[in-house]
Ligand binder design. Sequence first.
Ligand code: ADP
Ligand code: MG
Length: 265
Amino acid sequence: MIRVEGLWRTYQMGDHELHALRGVSETIEDGEYVAIMGPSGSGKSTLLNLLGCLDSPNRGRYLLADEDVAGLGDDALAETRLRRIGFIFQSFHLVPRLTAVQNVEMPMIFAGITPSDRRRRAESSLAAVGLSDRLGHKPNELSGGQKQRVAIARSTVMDPGLLLADEPTGNLDSRSGAQVLDLLAELHAGGRTLVVVTHDPAVARRADRVVVMRDGEIVKRVRGEDINDLNGLFDISSEDDPSKQDMNTAREGDETKAVVPEKPV
Ligand code: ADP
Ligand code: MG
């Protein structure tokens, strides 16, 4: 189970404070599929990054399977990310000079897994996402959908119980997006807890539960099956149009952090 209580994340911007999260509390059961929605800038990525131990709150508690991780130091956070959490980003965050299979091997290098085991597990992880014929391709030799599938293989190769995805279909055409969603649904059906930030009602409909954020707070909770369209769920004004505005706001450095701890653990 995941429980966050009174999470605040505040950025000091010159002489004023920007509150990206204002006391967020939420409980997510093991095996739940939760979608996070809300206008651009409402704090979705900030919350996901905290859940992913990529960032620490200024205030509040984060219990991951009964362990308080809000107060852990960098090394312990890196270890938690490595063993227990898989992260999937809108822009894939693959290492460009490495092949697909080498990208998937990355987390296992830091986990101290032997080269032959690494290769075997990376290949089977890529087979599970239908990419056995692309092992030696580098990211720029892959389509967007294929890149995201490599990223999914990487995020699951350590068999984490918790998968986090920040707009995983945001850069994909609808067909590749649907493939990625099917893979995520499969991983969820296999027993993993899944938290997905999305603007897409089709994604949210697949979730058990949808939490809607606004201005750093959770303002609504609905069942996924009750989502028909965005009308009434939250008002997207034109300046909040996600297709124009929402840069995946994962902070610089997050991509390597999510995959590669600062030092071997
Ligand atoms: P969302 O993912 O919902 O679009 P974010 O969580 O990325 O929103 O951002 C929430 C708010 O926090 C925004 O106002 C954003 O500008 C601000 N913010 C996010 N990251 C930083 C940062 N590293 N420094 C300063 N402000 C940030
Ligand atoms: Mg975001």
